[in-house]
Design a protein around this ligand. Structure first.
Ligand code: ADP
Ligand code: MG
Length: 561
């Protein structure tokens, strides 16, 4: 009798929630599709923006996939993967963040019926990987190089690339103005790899067109003391000294204990304090510098001292600004004023303190080392300028990528249609199930042109049929045709300069496929009770099967099919 009683095996802690198998997979796919639906409408030049406000009362208006995904605060464990690929696309190539999420969502959507029919996910994954590999090879083959052109030619080509990126943004109306600015900034920093060498400063007020580019460094005037007004505000070819020390009268009794036996000795201590600071100031002046910047405070005594000697000074300069000045002018930041030799001083052609809108700006231009550029952005609302900054960031990344890799492909869905056709054609020669899976992958790629049409209010079915027909033409005649955003028909995207760097597409397809495969390969989620209590407030978290919610009830649950 006793042998009948099997001991129960307890593997997981009590209260552990596991969900597994097909339903779990389907639920993960649903969650990802719901996420893709959120960013769906932002794709392309006619895409809509999202206004997101959080519980702290911050509002953000954005069209950028990565920004939206970040702010959405998604808690679904599988859907989080999409947030990650959007982020990584943003940091890797800077553009194509909506594309990557949409593609991943679409790959999964196409996979869903197969999973429901009992296809093993590994079969799908294998075919998807093959398809992705082929797609990327095809893109590389179709990419057009802009290498070997003269600088002027390159400049105008790069500007067109930047304009394509900007055309889908809030500042799309002024895309040519900003595209030129972005290209100039990127060319200015040359081969410098550190992106923070392009500063973007935001000044509220004025119109977008009042934005300008400084070939050098610009930053907002720092806090200053009395005496500052008497300092000169413009120099030609000044020497520049950068410091990381305080220039203030310090009472030494804070640093050391001092015992006095005679009140008269007190004076000598005060004198010593004055001597220390005067000594420092004197050394600054003797160095021959006309401009003294410090990361730490420059007090009133120093300010007046410099003013009397026609020297300009600014304290509490932000660290990245100071680094940019150092990179641009060739100065080295000093931590002591002893032994300031000429080599550590920087120089520039013109230094000026200028009024920009309601702010005063310190501007260093004509810097010998180049390597830096600063864009001063103007505009009405704060949210507007911030979105403009994000858009410029996208454009800057694109231009840098295009300059480094210098191959582009036709945008507007042209490249996507072309790969899709290529995969369809290839699939016809495959025997077996994987033909279906590759077809599914090919179909998923059509989401880009379809969504571009949907977002512009065009008849997607009509446009897609036209595109399919064009791309089916022999000898790749129609390979460059994409959605024409102006007429609602189709046109040669390449000839219309709707270009995208090949690397954006390659990275997007790669990342989206990997994410889709990753989600397809998960068939069990285990949630232990401890982590659950930690995020018990995470409302909408899909417990077990059928979960597909997002935090905060933003009105989107599971996608309806
Ligand atoms: P992402 O975050 O993925 O970059 P965007 O909103 O920037 O998303 O949209 C990019 C898509 O819009 C690309 O597929 C690009 O080819 C397309 N696109 C951009 N400008 C145009 C245009 N003028 N005509 C047609 N398509 C365009
Ligand atoms: Mg873009």
């Amino acid at each position: 009798m006793a042998s009948m009683m099997q001991p129960q095996i307890i593997l997981l802690k009590e209260g552990t929630d596991t969900s597994q198998g097909k339903p779990q997979l389907i639920s993960n796919i649903n969650a990802c599709m719901a996420v893709a639906d959120v960013v769906r409408t932002t794709l392309g030049p006619r895409g809509m923006d999202k206004l997101i406000h959080d519980d702290k009362g911050n509002t953000t208006i954005s069209n950028d996939g990565a920004t939206i995904m970040k702010l959405l605060d998604i808690v679904h464990p599988a859907a989080k993967i999409l947030v990650d690929i959007a982020k990584s696309q943003d940091s890797e190539v800077g553009d194509g963040t909506t594309t990557v999420v949409l593609l991943a969502g679409e790959f999964l959507k196409e996979a869903k019926p197969f999973i429901e029919d009992g296809v093993h996910p590994q079969n799908l994954i294998r075919s998807y990987r093959t398809a992705s590999f082929m797609a990327i090879e095809k893109i590389k083959e179709l990419a057009v190089s802009i290498e070997g052109k003269s600088l002027d030619e390159k400049r105008s080509l790069l500007a067109k690339c930047a304009a394509t990126t900007l055309s889908s943004k809030l500042i799309g109306g002024e895309k040519d103005f900003f595209a030129k600015m972005v290209v100039d900034a990127v060319i200015a920093i040359g081969n410098e790899d550190r992106l923070n060498m392009i500063g973007i400063k935001k000044v509220q007020g004025g119109t977008m067109r009042d934005s300008f580019l400084v070939n050098g460094v610009a930053f907002k005037k720092t806090f200053s003391y009395a005496g500052f007004e008497q300092q000169p505000k413009k120099f030609l070819n000044p020497k520049i000294l950068l410091l990381n020390i305080e220039l203030e009268l310090k009472s030494e009794k804070e640093n050391a204990e001092i015992r006095l036996s005679d009140p008269l000795q007190y004076q000598s201590i005060v004198d010593a304090e004055w001597n220390i600071i005067y000594d420092k100031l004197d050394k600054c002046v003797k160095s021959g510098a006309k401009i003294v910047l410090s990361r730490l405070a420059i007090g009133d005594l120093a300010t007046q001292y410099f003013a009397d000697r026609d020297i300009f000074c600014a304290g509490r300069v932000a660290e990245d600004d100071l680094h940019r000045v150092a990179a641009a002018t060739g100065a080295t930041v000093q931590t002591s004023v002893n032994n300031v030799i000429d080599e550590v001083l920087g120089s520039c052609e013109i230094f000026e303190e200028k009024q920009v809108g309601s702010e005063r700006f310190n501007i260093f231009s004509g810097c010998p080392l180049g390597q830096t550029a600063t864009i001063v952005l103007r505009g009405g609302a704060d949210q507007f300028i911030e979105e403009a900054e994000r858009s410029l960031h996208d454009a800057i990344m694109i231009v840098r990528r295009a300059m480094k890799n210098s191959t582009v492909v036709a945008g507007g869905g042209a490249i996507d249609m072309e790969i899709s056709r290529y995969l369809w054609q290839h699939a016809r020669n495959i025997a077996g199930k994987s033909q279906l899976f590759i077809n599914a992958y090919a179909k998923a790629l059509e989401v880009i042109p379809r969504q571009l049409c949907d977002n512009a209010g065009f008849d997607a079915i009509d446009v897609l049929n036209k595109l399919r027909q064009k791309h089916a033409l022999a000898a790749g005649e129609g390979a460059l045709y994409g959605v024409d955003i102006n007429t609602g028909g189709i046109s040669d995207s390449f000839a219309n300069f709707v270009w995208e760097p090949a690397v954006v597409k390659i990275n997007a397809i790669n990342a989206a496929t990997e994410a889709a495969c990753l989600i397809l390969s998960v068939d069990e989620t285990v949630k232990n009770p401890k982590s659950e209590s930690a995020q018990s407030d995470a409302a909408g978290m899909g417990r077990g099967r059928g979960g597909g919610g997002m935090r905060g009830g933003r009105g989107r649950g599971m996608r309806r099919r």
